[in-house]
Design a protein around this ligand. Structure first.
Ligand code: NAG
Ligand code: NAG
Ligand code: NAG
Ligand code: NAG
Ligand code: NAG
Ligand code: NAG
Ligand code: NAG
Length: 659
């Protein structure tokens, strides 16, 4: 229920923002104030007479209702961040000011950015302590303040950042001992090259390698050499002091470098041991990856990866800094969002989500994933994808552009060698298939005629948009791919995936919906979609599933069955018994039946185009709305008999079923 409320709230909020503003003026003013108060080079040229959403470094949400991310890496910003400027970007999710010459304290008022997830301040000259305001950002997932001049303790309150996955404090002047950080989500951690002393807390030591700790004056304990014995390192820990990188500002302090040969030998031994350990670790991970597939999707991403939120830092010149070294692989394999701002989670969040199998199909398995923050999405895990990564990306980016109220939008995708994932919106009301065929007979509320018409029309509109605006063949129209909003408007889902699977997988994989010519050509077309849609209309009319064996005869499909019944002049027999209780709907049912039969013509050229189908269904409805009949319940002068249209007021429509 919670997720339904969240979804509804989202839609209401989104609609509100959409109607009221075309660009976020408050955010714009905040940014103008920021730029006017901070000295900077001429690389940032924001023109206040154009939309803030088109400015360099600024990204808005899909509806241009707020600034979603601000990325100004390496643009020559100098000096302190002016107070009460950036902190007014109340919806900001990503802030990157890395590689500038910012100095002074990290401002306290950043704590007002309650929704911020990624904060990149590295490679500047910030000094002073790490402000506690940073620990009051509940959604922060990546914090990078490396390579500044920060001092003081590493705050224990960092433990309050329960979503943190990456914490980069290296190359500062932090001192004192390391606090015991217990952040379950933490995957990347670095405090190298500071002034820390004392022993490494056990939890951190177990999780991270010596690379995360080296270059501190007096830090000791696993994985660094143990605390009382700095002269003879034990064999297991990594030989941290020996291979410190040349750029270390504290290199001079490691006078232990020149040592007897014995030490060198023991170091060599431990190196070999380390390599062996890594090899074993790698093998274990590899084994674990290939086992246990039926569980929630688990793309194995390397530690040190940066499946950064929605929008990685790709829009900028040198995005690597934000992510830390050695993450080229991760950069290539990250969750790619098709529209910024709708969702703000990353691959790690997705992998942590609780997942429930929604359905298994021939192209893969769908999961309902409930993220920790409460968002619910559908994750489709594809199997047997044959196309290359590039082709996959091109196809998905094309599909991501298709937007219509009757189409379930593709929100994100992920491609790695082992996993191909698609992320869609979750539709809480389920599929037409479940609504039409689920728990028949056992006291269910039958789907009434008005709603069936609504579903037919809205699904046709979605498909028409797909064909005409998107130029996309759906390729798998069936009742379980028609999803419903709570108001029973239909949304078409799972479109355009056939090109991913080569010809070994037949298009329209459910036999009952497959156009006859597709059996030979193995290729779905606009016209074969129309055929499948016709079968869907028949399903709405008859209440029979096309692939069900209860059509009287073995091996007969729904269109042939309807044709045979109609030919025998038993037209009334074809309709769903559940519809029999509604009055004065026969004419409409017959009209829709005619449209459906035109769609399922054996000859593709005889089928109407989907726009034509939309027009025909609309015309059926229009006859009534013009008479004010369908809306009668809203009009007190016409009585208030709710859903059932007034008796005897319908114009009889002529025309039999025979072509
Ligand atoms: C944007 O607006 C559309 C229609 O007004 C709405 O359906 C959608 O949910 C909105 N998206 C966001 C992120 O606000
Ligand atoms: C700002 O944009 C307006 C409208 O596009 C344009 O006329 C003007 O020249 C721009 N100003 C600058 C300084 O680029
Ligand atoms: C951190 O969390 C503790 C409880 O877990 C709470 O008492 C404290 O106020 C929090 N501090 C901040 C700065 O949010
Ligand atoms: C680092 O901090 C110490 C005090 O903890 C101070 O003595 C030292 O000068 C600082 N170093 C730099 C480079 O700021
Ligand atoms: C760590 O250094 C601080 C001064 O920076 C000192 O007060 C403290 O005693 C040291 N702790 C250990 C365990 O050496
Ligand atoms: C931590 O930062 C240092 C300095 O940038 C780098 O050499 C080291 O590889 C980093 N450690 C990890 C685990 O990434
Ligand atoms: C390290 O020193 C502490 C006391 O300073 C002692 O209790 C402990 O046994 C020593 N550990 C080793 C491995 O020598």
């Amino acid at each position: 229920m919670g997720s339904v409320v969240v979804v509804v709230l989202w839609v209401v909020m989104a609609l509100f923002c959409y109607v009221v503003v075309s660009e976020p003026l408050q955010d714009k003013q905040a940014l103008l104030d920021f730029l006017s108060k901070i000295p900077h080079e001429n690389r940032v040229q924001w023109n206040s007479s154009v939309s803030v959403c088109s400015w360099v470094g600024v990204e808005c949400d899909a509806n241009n209702s707020f600034v979603y991310s601000l990325r100004l890496p390496g643009v020559g910003l100098v000096g302190e961040i002016p107070p009460n400027t950036l902190s007014r970007l109340s919806q900001l999710r990503v802030l990157s000011l890395r590689s500038n010459r910012l100095s002074g304290q990290i401002p306290q008022d950043l704590s007002q950015l309650k929704l911020i997830r990624n904060l990149y301040l590295q490679n500047n000259d910030f000094s002073g302590v790490l402000p506690t305001s940073i620990t009051e950002l509940p959604r922060l997932t990546r914090l990078d303040v490396s390579n500044n001049k920060l001092s003081g303790n590493v705050p224990f309150l960092l433990n309050n950042l329960t979503h943190l996955t990456g914490l980069f404090l290296e190359k500062n002047n932090f001192s004192g001992s390391l606090p015991n950080l217990h952040i379950a989500t933490l995957q990347n951690f670095n405090v190298s090259y500071n002034n820390l002393n004392g022993s490494i807390p056990e939890t951190l030591g177990k999780l991270f390698s010596a690379d995360s700790f080296r270059g501190n004056l007096d830090l000791c304990g696993y994985p660094l050499p143990s605390c009382n014995n700095s002269f003879f390192p034990t064999p297991t820990p990594a030989p941290s002091t020996i291979i410190s990188p040349p750029e270390s500002p504290f290199k001079e302090s490691h006078k232990k470098l020149s040592k007897p040969a014995i030490i060198a030998i023991s170091v060599a031994c431990s190196l070999i041991l380390l390599v062996l350990l890594l090899l074993i670790l790698f093998l274990c991970l590899h084994r674990r990856k290939s086992a246990g597939p039926a569980k929630p999707p688990k793309p194995v991403i390397p530690r040190g990866s940066a499946a950064t939120a929605g929008v990685g830092d790709t829009g900028t010149s040198s995005s690597k800094d934000d992510i830390g070294a050695g993450s080229a692989e991760a950069e290539r394999n990250k969750l790619v969002f098709l529209d910024a701002g709708i969702y703000s989670f990353d691959l790690e969040d997705l992998l942590r989500a609780s997942a429930e199998v929604l359905g298994k199909g021939s192209v893969g398995t769908s999961y309902k994933a409930v993220l920790e923050e409460g968002t619910t999405v559908v994750v489709k895990r594809l199997k047997d994808v044959v196309v290359t990564k590039r082709e996959f990306e091109v196809q998905m980016e094309g599909l991501g552009k298709v937007k219509h109220e009757n189409i379930v939008p593709l929100r994100a995708f992920y491609y790695s060698k082992d996993e191909k994932l698609l992320v869609y919106d979750f539709m809480p009301a389920g599929s037409l298939s479940a609504l039409l065929h689920g728990s028949r007979g056992s006291g269910r509320t039958p789907l009434d005629w008005d709603n069936r018409m609504k579903i037919a029309l809205s699904a046709a509109r979605g498909l028409a948009h797909l064909h005409v605006a998107g130029k996309v063949v759906h390729g798998n129209i069936k009742a379980s791919n028609i999803l419903l909003r709570t108001d029973l408007e239909a949304c078409v889902s799972d479109f355009g995936l056939n090109p991913l699977f080569g010809t070994s997988t037949p298009p329209n994989r459910v036999a009952g919906y497959r156009a006859p010519e597709v059996m030979e050509t193995r290729k779905s077309t606009f016209k074969s979609d129309v055929y499948s849609f016709g079968v869907l209309l028949l399903e709405l009319l008859t209440g029979k599933a096309p692939n069900q064996a209860s059509l009287g005869e073995e091996g007969i499909d729904l269109p042939r069955w309807v044709q045979s019944v109609v030919r025998e002049e038993w037209t009334a027999e074809v309709f769903d018994v559940e519809l029999m209780r509604f009055q004065n709907i026969e004419e409409e049912m017959v009209q829709l039946l005619q449209i459906a039969m035109a769609c399922v013509s054996t000859v593709p050229d005889q089928r109407p185009g989907i726009q034509e189908v939309v027009r025909m269904i609309e015309d059926m409805n229009r006859a009534e709305t013009d008479d004010g009949l369908r809306q009668s319940s809203d009009d007190p002068s016409k009585g208030s008999d709710g859903q059932t249209p007034p008796q005897g007021s319908r114009t009889p429509l002529s025309g039999g079923l025979t072509p």
